[in-house]
Design a protein around this ligand. Structure first.
Ligand code: ADP
Length: 424
């Protein structure tokens, strides 16, 4: 997929997701408003019902008689004589609970002219009751004065949320799932894209790497077929050596790719034996002899470890240091300076391969042990490689329960420390 198409898809999907989230929030808010309206209506119905029942009670003949008896002893009947506090309390409870409005509420009957509270459960809630939108005149029951029945719900918001809990939870759940899936898909696309770029790079690289030795071998072969060359044993030897060298180079490259492939499939067998790491390092350095001379490499070897014996796979460990040495020379400036040093600690041995080469930017350091990763310098093809050497090295070191650590500064050089435990 083209980069532009990916960017467009990511932007469009992000906008759509944001749109879905905003729409969802809008609907949640709408539902909240609707639930609130429903709640308010229920309160009004409940209060109306309370007042109607109080009115019915007032008109009851027994109660009328009771009021008459009271009026004989009192000069003036109070509102609380008409609306008996205990009765009001139980009616409020019955009606509000019946309408499922929760059982946390304050109510009061107060005089609107002087804000005097006469009955109710209004302790510390006077202000809220005065401002409450649920106020009903009780003039149908008690004429004189300007008395109102007011109710306030301190937990109204949580009652509403409780009612919508299921919907809210479902919305939040689906939105979270959607967002996580979206982010995952975007990351997967970007990763796939990166992988496909790396693979294309690898294939280009590999084709180029294989083409050169094959072309040189063909050329040398053609020369060998020429009668004038066949008469000259020196020239035969020279061209035969070219064929041999190029094929060995090819073999080395194929081997590296195959080794990593088997390692990834888990099919690689490690033959663990007691080995002398110093011997291995010496033979690796020897195999570089020609290249060291060719590239005028200054090499300093300090094999200081008193105990170089470890239990490990000789071939693979050899390959690890071969790769590190190879990189130290490959990624160097004019006059490569390579240092190889060993030392012991209580549990194992550490080998340092240090160079004064181009170094690695901090930003790339965490990636260079990944399969096929190559630092994308100006021209990646200037120095040949598949981006497998360090990945292979880390896999082998990990198998031996060791550690590989890099310290590097661009322009100054790199230092790879490989720690291998004795594995006794
Ligand atoms: P390659 O075959 O490309 O050398 P490696 O896995 O050995 O693959 O290394 C991965 C990348 O790490 C290289 O492409 C190079 O950019 C960087 N690198 C490795 N060793 C060194 C070093 N000694 N100095 C600078 N860069 C290095």
């Amino acid at each position: 997929m083209k980069k532009k198409a990916i960017v467009i898809i990511v932007v469009l999907s992000s906008i759509s997701l944001l749109g879905i989230v905003l729409t969802q929030l809008y609907w949640v808010q709408k539902s909240m408003d609707l639930a609130e309206d429903q709640f308010d209506n229920s309160v009004r119905i409940a209060l109306k019902s309370v007042l109607n029942r109080l009115l019915d009670n007032k008109n009851d003949t027994v109660f009328q008689q009771h009021l008459y008896d009271l009026s004989c002893n009192k000069p003036r009947l109070e509102v609380t004589d008409y609306i008996v506090p205990q009765m009001l309390d139980s009616l409020m409870w019955e009606e509000l609970v019946w309408m499922e409005l929760g059982d946390t509420y304050s109510y009061a009957i107060y005089n609107k002219n002087n804000n005097r509270f006469v009955t109710g459960n209004y302790i510390d809630q006077e202000e809220a009751l005065l401002d409450s939108p649920f106020q009903f005149s009780v003039s149908s029951i008690y004429k004189s004065g300007d008395y109102f029945l007011s109710v306030f719900f301190p937990t109204k918001r949580s009652v509403l949320l409780q009612r919508m809990e299921g919907w809210l939870l479902m919305s939040v759940f689906f939105l979270i799932v959607l967002t996580i899936s979206f982010v995952y898909v975007i990351f997967a696309i970007l990763q796939q894209k990166r992988l496909s770029e790396i693979k294309t790079d690898f294939i280009n690289n590999m084709t180029h790497e294989f083409k050169t030795p094959i072309a040189t071998s063909i050329l040398a072969g053609e020369m060998l077929m020429k009668p004038e060359v066949q008469k000259n044993t020196d020239r035969i030897k020279k061209y035969a050596k070219v064929v041999l060298d190029e094929n060995l180079r090819l073999q080395g490259q194929v081997e590296q790719v195959l080794q990593v492939a088997t390692l990834e499939r888990g099919g690689q067998r490690f033959r663990l034996k007691k080995i002398n790491l110093h011997e291995i390092l010496k033979s690796v350095i020897e195999s570089f002899e020609l290249r060291l001379k060719e590239n005028e490499v200054m090499i300093k070897v300090d094999l200081e470890a008193g105990e170089p014996q470890i239990v490990a796979d000789k071939t693979h460990i050899g390959n690890v240091f071969y790769n590190l040495m190879d990189n130290a020379i490959k990624y160097s400036t004019d006059k490569p300076n390579v240092e190889i040093k060993t030392w012991n600690d209580k549990y194992g041995i550490c080998v340092r391969v240090k160079d004064n080469g181009i170094g690695i930017d901090l930003h790339h350091q965490k990636n260079i042990f990944k399969s096929l990763y190559r630092v994308p310098t100006g021209n990646i093809h200037e120095v040949r490689g598949f981006g497998l050497g360090l990945y292979y090295a880390k896999s082998v070191v990990d198998f031996h329960h060791g550690r590989i650590h890099l310290e590097s500064e661009p322009g100054k050089g790199s230092s790879f420390d490989v720690y291998l435990p004795f594995n006794k």
